[in-house]
Design a protein around this ligand. Sequence first.
Ligand code: OAD
Length: 247
Amino acid sequence: MSAFHIPQGLIEQLRTARQVAVLTGAGISAESGVPTFRDAQTGLWAQYDPQELATRRAFQQNPQLVWAWYAWRRGLVAQAVPNPGHHALVTLERFTPHFTLITQNVDGLHAQAGSQNVIELHGNIKRIKCFDHDHPVDHWEEETDVQPYCPVCGSALRPDVVWFGESLPAVALHTAVNAARTCDIFLSIGTSALVQPAASLPIEAHQRRITVVEINPHPTPLTPYATYVLPGPAGEILPALVAQVTQ
Ligand code: OAD
């Protein structure tokens, strides 16, 4: 028997849903050892606020510092493996006729787990492009303390992620909004629900009066709007939920 109480009404709704939309944030990867954005950093990076490093301005002022921070995060991501929360979403996708997994995470762990229909709203940390022209680059020196440059135009290399103040990839955003507008049920998992436009997706679903589910150990601005709130770690709640839906 699961340690978490999963409401029967939610199990029934997920069993019969034809379209499920899921939004994930850094919390789903926490149990894989990838630090979230709003938890205090430790070690070398404890003095820096991630929200102040993940901007164009920070990169223009000190590209080497921002490069080194992402090189460190890439190292963490390279060692990370999907956890039971990621795997449960793969099982749910196989069970559901139309499933859209929208993620704010740049770690690629959903695809690594085997999720198929994944929309990466904020890019992917494993891809590198140049700052001036977005030239994609396949090979670079993975030194934390050496800032590499684009072999085509000579501008500084950066991760292919969306920084604060930058636009999201248009097709990804359009597909995500469409999923929020057409799904039968929306799950928001491991996100602080603070960063727009991602945070507006479950609200959009709520305004259509469909069921919105939040899985997060802590309350967020979305919590008052959620039909079901499952407080706790995604790596434990999701496997318990999906096992009951698919049994
Ligand atoms: P945040 O770091 O803002 O929030 C992580 C959320 O995960 C918090 O609400 C935690 O309570 C929750 N959490 C922690 N451990 C969890 C667990 N085991 N299971 C479930 N939830 C858990 O991360 P995001 O909401 O993803 O953007 O942040 C959104 C965006 O802001 C990120 O994509 C990034 C960030 O700055 C960019 O880099 C552009």
